[in-house]
Design a protein around this ligand. Structure first.
Ligand SMILES: *Cc1c(COP(=O)(O)O)cnc(C)c1O
Length: 439
């Protein structure tokens, strides 16, 4: 790009953005951590809130000019509490990782131990050890103990976890237990394990980054009622909002969370994202239940069809999935890295996934044994049962039949034609991937 003028580079960036939107309008987007926002959320993101600061709590700001921001933020907190049945909400965390950092800072000290899912079976890097550059270890100096994992059930092993806690030496007793993860097929046993955790005075956080939209739609589990003290999440995965974070809790933890969030973890809390969260919470209150039901039905149909077509879909013992995710072991045909690349060549966007057993088999994050699919975005575009079956066929033709991926590109573009607007929202004048020109 070095011989181009500034204006040419400027134009080039805009054309790359338009190309990107066009790519997604013609793809099957199956990244489990992604979604598409409503036109209303996109409008909020373009507002002048994007240019402002409002440090502190509404009514106690250290900036002027916050009159309307305060009103929106107070409403945003009320909506979050209503949506999740929580006593306290802090809507300022700017991402799911920052929300977790708020919990680490509010309820542990460096050197303490956290018990969580290992990354090799679906834990998130923000729960990770320092030696893997995981946030918990690297940023807050936490030591990690793993929840024992049951591969057949694809879930935390309840009995082994209870025994493990009973047998830990005193200096290894965790201060914090972290439920939730990034490979997340079935509700975690919060109710079953919370009694023993409480006996040992272990703070319980539930990381709902992936499943926040399913919890909001009352189709997953209700962590705060099952024993979790606090709950963190991203606001943009199954919950279909702007990129951001959210921390919820019972009242007694509110002050700690407030201080850890500001001044601890944020200065500017991205006010436009905060307002967009408020709109998202309203959309979830109004449309969230049917949306979450449709997601879970779609995931089940896609998983069952892939299984019928010959794929090794994990979690069979429990019906493959009770969330938005499906995980396939592709080692019979290829590896997760290669499958991701081949599918992308046909505009099917998925991501490679470490699955239980990979590390022992010498596989790593670059060539893991699995791929992970999520149906949140295609559900929000209005796809249902027959589309799930068609998508399974597309995936089969690329991975099992080894068809040249670019040969089905046209079919996929055609298939996408009828699904260009966002559902489960009040207004949809602008198409899902329409490039909006303001300048
Ligand atoms: C995605 C994810 C996060 C991180 O969220 P960001 O909003 O990307 O910072 C945290 N925890 C889990 C379990 C996740 O899957």
């Amino acid at each position: 790009m070095c011989n181009f003028s500034h204006k040419q580079k400027y134009d080039m960036i805009f054309s790359l953005l338009e190309n990107h939107n066009d790519l997604f309008a013609n793809s099957i987007p199956l990244i489990a951590s992604e979604n598409v926002t409503s036109p209303a959320v996109r409008e909020v993101m373009l507002s002048d809130f994007a240019n402002r600061y409002a440090e502190g709590w509404p009514g106690e700001r250290v900036y002027a000019g916050c009159k309307y921001i305060d009103e929106v933020e107070l409403e945003c907190m009320e909506l979050a509490k209503k949506l999740y049945g929580a006593e306290f909400a802090d809507v300022r965390a700017i991402s799911g990782v920052v929300a977790n950092l708020v919990i680490y800072s509010a309820f542990t000290s460096p050197g303490d131990i956290m018990m969580c899912m290992p990354i090799s079976v679906g834990g998130h890097i923000s729960h990770g050890k320092k030696e893997y550059h995981g946030t918990a270890g690297l940023v807050h100096g936490l030591g990690i103990e793993s929840f024992p994992f049951d591969k057949d059930n694809m879930n935390i092993d309840i009995d082994k976890t209870i025994n493990k806690i009973k047998k830990l030496e005193n200096n290894k007793i965790p201060k914090l237990a972290m439920f939730g993860g990034s490979l997340f097929l079935f509700p975690h046993p919060v109710k079953e394990i919370s009694d023993i955790l409480k006996e040992y005075n272990i703070h319980i956080n539930y990381d709902a980054a992936h499943v926040a939209g399913l919890i909001a739609g009352k189709q997953f589990q209700d962590p705060l009622k099952e024993g979790a003290d606090t709950m963190t999440m991203s606001t943009h995965k199954t919950l279909f909002g702007p990129q951001g974070g959210l921390v919820l809790s019972h009242n007694k933890y509110g002050e700690n969370i407030k201080k850890a969030t500001f001044p601890g973890m944020t200065s500017n809390h991205h006010i436009h994202h905060m307002a967009a969260k408020a709109i998202t919470f309203i959309e979830a209150l109004e449309f969230g239940q049917s949306y979450a039901k449709d997601i879970i039905n779609n995931a089940k149909t896609l998983a069952e069809t892939l299984n019928e077509l010959g794929f090794n879909v994990l979690g069979e013992k429990n019906g493959f999935t009770k969330s938005h995710q499906i995980v396939i072991d592709v080692t019979k045909y290829s590896d997760g890295g290669k499958a991701e690349v081949e599918l992308e060549r046909s505009n099917i966007i998925v991501n490679r996934q470490l699955i239980p057993g990979d590390i022992k088999a010498g596989r790593n994050y670059f060539n893991p044994g699995g791929i992970r699919l999520g149906v949140s975005e295609i559900t929000r575009l209005g796809m249902k049962k027959s589309e799930m079956k068609q998508i399974a066929e597309f995936i089969k033709s690329v991975i099992i039949n080894k068809k040249e991926p670019t040969k089905i590109l046209n079919k996929i573009k055609l298939f996408r034609n009828n699904f260009q607007t966002v559902r489960y929202c009040f207004d949809n004048k602008t198409k899902a991937y329409e490039y909006v020109k303001v300048k």
